[in-house]
Design a protein around this ligand. Structure first.
Ligand code: S3P
Length: 447
């Protein structure tokens, strides 16, 4: 493959030509998924909760603002967020629509909470989220008794959404899609329901909601893929929650240090929840040198495991990723595709269909970009299952790249460009503010 490319000048280009050997230590802001849940359960509990290492980005602010509009008192002070819980019945009706920006987790979890409220709320979104499917959450919440109207197009529901809740009943829900957002919405609604609420998953998804519900005193029982929530007296704040570093943000640096020769970095205090750390398992299987030290539980045992990661440059080999592994690394698939391009041999990632309905169609965004960089990447469909097949060549070529407005596509392409031969240009990097506004600063600290 030849690395000679012609550039046409893009609108707001971000040039990636300065190559370096990453080395050093980083601590990342708290995990986005855990932060949403910590805010919501703190708001619904009695007592004050201090959230430490709270990440400030577009998505966490979306949840914070939504709860504030509903009357929750939340204060921000240097990495600390303090939430004055208003109890299960303390949320106030909002006269104005609640804007959740492009945060899918905010929208879906908030609908679970609003399903328990005996008032009507309109929720509006940014343009990327308004194109993402909502029936997956509206259907079970309606079964529980919520009244929901949404915009409908080709048999699918989309935001904006109007919801009137209250008087819910528990359901037994057999999840058709592996989605932690849907599971969490049902469990949050279950807090307000009469009788038990049960979610049965075919594939296990991230379990932050279950862990968080336990530390707030909910009556929840997890048995393999069955999660049962029984009614109880209400939630009680544990006082303080430390949010470990975001493993999804860490993933970009794990792959960066793996694919750049001579690199070595340490990531401290990373979340290491087994339902989220699939990227580490798969990269290790590809021969990545990643040393993991899990801290002994210093908080209630149900809370989130965390630890330090030491990552050294490695020669990767191709692997096969099975559908059952996908939920544990769903957000890391774009950066895993980059890693696979630098491996020797073939990587097959099976069952990636959910990537079509993320912030952008991430199968398309990654295939378009990686092909421009000379990658041998294709998509095949076996029945209803979509797979990605990458024939690793141990290298990529710099090129003109596009973020498609998607934070994880943008960060994956910066990592690919830093490891590629020649220079690259990314059309727009501002979208990283969704989950990781400090991405470039953190990258620079490793120079
Ligand atoms: C999330 C669940 C996942 C993930 C998203 C965050 C969560 O979405 O992709 O970034 O915090 O529950 P799905 O539930 O749609 O798989």
């Amino acid at each position: 493959m030849s690395c000679i490319r012609k550039f046409s000048p893009p609108a707001k280009p971000f040039l990636i030509k300065h190559k370096f050997i990453p080395s050093g230590r980083i601590i990342l802001a708290g995990d986005k998924s855990i932060a949403h849940r910590a805010l919501i359960l703190s708001a619904l509990s009695s007592g004050k909760t201090i959230l430490k290492n709270f990440p400030i980005h577009d998505d966490s602010l979306a949840t914070l603002n939504a709860l504030s509009v509903l009357g929750v008192k939340i204060l921000r002070k240097k990495g600390l967020v303090s939430v004055k819980g208003c109890g299960m019945q303390g949320l106030k009706t909002s006269n104005q629509p609640i804007f959740v920006n492009n945060s899918g987790t905010t929208l879906r979890l908030l609908l679970g909470v609003l399903a328990g409220m005996d008032f009507k709320t309109k929720v509006v979104t940014g343009k990327y989220l308004s194109a993402r499917p909502m029936s997956r959450v509206n259907v079970p919440l309606r079964l529980m008794g919520a009244q929901i109207t949404a915009r409908i197009k080709a048999n699918q529901e989309y935001a904006p959404i109007v919801i009137k809740g209250g008087n819910l009943k528990g359901i037994v829900y057999h999840a058709k899609i592996a989605s932690a957002q849907v599971k969490s919405a049902i469990l949050l609604a279950g807090l307000f329901a009469k009788g038990k609420t049960q979610v049965l998953e075919r594939l296990s998804t991230r379990d932050h909601t279950e862990r968080m519900l336990k530390i707030f005193g909910a009556n929840i029982v997890v048995n393999n893929n069955s999660i049962t929530l029984n009614p109880n007296q209400g939630l009680v704040s544990p006082g303080e929650i430390y949010i470990p570093g975001d493993i999804s943000s860490a993933a970009f640096f794990i792959v960066l240090a793996t694919i750049i020769p001579k690199a070595k970095i340490i990531i401290e205090h990373s979340s290491l929840n087994p339902s989220r750390s699939g990227i580490i398992n798969v990269l290790k299987r590809m021969q990545a040198k990643i040393k993991v030290v899990v801290f002994k539980a210093d908080k209630p045992v149900n809370f989130e495991p965390r630890g330090d990661l030491t990552i050294s440059s490695s020669k990767l080999k191709g692997t096969v990723v099975l559908p059952r592994e996908i939920p544990s690394l769903v957000d890391e698939l774009p950066i895993l595709m980059v890693a696979a391009c630098f491996a020797q041999g073939r990587t097959i990632i099976k069952g990636v269909g959910e990537l079509r309905v993320k912030e952008t169609d991430r199968i398309n965004s990654m295939v378009v970009n990686l092909r421009k960089m000379g990658a041998d990447i294709r998509v095949n469909k076996v029945g209803l299952v979509e797979n990605i097949v990458i024939q690793g060549q141990g290298r990529l070529c710099g090129s003109e790249l596009k973020s498609f407005g998607d934070h994880r596509t943008a960060m994956s392409m910066v990592v690919a460009a830093l490891a590629a031969e020649g220079e690259s240009r990314l059309d727009d990097i501002s979208c990283v503010s969704k989950s990781f506004p400090g991405f470039l600063k953190t990258l620079k600290s490793l120079e």
